[in-house]
Design a protein around this ligand. Structure first.
Ligand code: CUA
Length: 337
């Protein structure tokens, strides 16, 4: 091969590789990186991207060079030379991809193993998935249950999943890890958040009509802020004054996104107005307390006229103390409203 050809090949390869690198690096393809596991996943990603860019540059260089160099002249109608393969080349183009794909496999296996491993001093959260809501309970805090996931930063978290109805899938893009929740199966996920902030929790398994709305937030807090929050919540749920704890439960659960309740500053319009609960209970011919309790734990037993069935998820897994507090809070707030 002449020196000119080598320079031409190199030149095209460098330009193609440069353009591909710019596209890969300059455009924000990935969400923010907010967990140690995500950092490792990104490493596999970039490891693969680098390989792809090199192969891309090589292919484009050979392709463009061949198109230019070996094109047939306009008046050339003869057949090309008969070529019967090239054993050396074939060995090379089999061996190199084999090595590359194997190396991607090995790197992925190491990362998977590390990401699945349980860290020290694990913080446990039980996650319940149901059509169409998430709830999180903290065994370290008397099974306090919230609708928003709160986590301390830089601590290994073990999420244990339970699905009450169909298959859902837990995903926080910034955390990287993703896990299906399957009825009857106990699935787990380890995450070590390493950045403060609020990130979306998304259901990524088509689970019914409300699938797209099955979202909440994960809030990563400093250890001090988290402990303070946890203490406040535990005190609230264990408090003898139901008005205080009930308000916290209402806020922790997604009630306000669908219902209006003046006392809580909630203005949701999807479900019945909770300021009018006494009126709805009379209409349903039920005592107020029983009406509220059943409406929370088994909302399809009686649906307010004018509202569709099977929209509100049953909050049957709410611990009794919190349910009691919530019921009392709703009774008091709606009588005021
Ligand atoms: Cu739950 Cu989609």
């Amino acid at each position: 091969m002449r020196r000119g050809s080598i320079f031409a090949l190199l030149g095209i390869g460098i330009v193609a590789g440069g353009i591909a690198t710019a596209v890969a690096v300059l455009l924000p393809w990935l969400p923010e990186d907010a967990s140690r596991e995500r950092g490792r996943i990104d490493f596999v990603f970039w490891f693969t991207i680098v390989i792809c860019i090199v192969i891309f540059a090589l292919v484009v260089a050979v392709l463009l060079y061949s198109i230019y160099k070996f094109r047939a002249k306009p008046d050339d109608d003869s057949d090309g030379p008969p070529i019967h393969g090239h054993t050396g080349l074939e060995i090379v183009w089999t061996l190199i991809p084999t090595l590359l794909v194997t190396s991607i496999g090995i790197v992925s296996a190491i990362v998977l193993g590390r990401n699945d491993a349980q860290g020290k001093d694990v913080f446990r959260v039980n996650v319940t998935a149901q059509q169409f809501t998430w709830s999180f309970s903290y065994p370290e805090a008397n099974n306090l249950t919230t609708g928003v996931l709160r986590l301390p930063v830089n601590r290994s978290v073990e999420l244990s999943f339970k699905a009450l109805d169909v298959i859902h899938s837990f995903w926080v893009p910034e955390f990287g890890q993703k896990q299906d929740t399957v009825p009857g199966l106990h699935t787990q996920l380890h995450i070590t958040p390493d950045k403060l902030g609020t990130f979306p929790v998304i259901c990524t398994e088509l689970c019914g009509l409300g699938h797209a709305t099955m979202r909440t937030e994960a809030i990563v807090m400093t250890t001090a802020a988290f402990d303070k929050w946890l203490k406040g919540q535990t005190a609230a749920t264990g408090s003898p004054n139901p008005a205080v704890s009930g308000a916290a439960v209402f806020k922790n659960q997604p009630c306000g996104s669908c219902h209006t309740l003046t006392a809580a500053g909630a203005t949701g319009k999807v479900g019945p107005d909770l300021d009018k609960l006494p009126q709805w209970a009379t209409q349903a011919k039920q005592p107020l307390e029983q009406f509220i309790r059943t409406s929370i734990t088994d909302p399809n037993a009686y649906t307010q006229p004018g509202f569709p069935k099977n929209v509100m998820p049953p909050f049957a897994s709410l611990p009794k103390a919190q349910l009691d507090a919530l019921v009392q809070y709703l009774i008091q707030s709606s009588k005021k409203g």
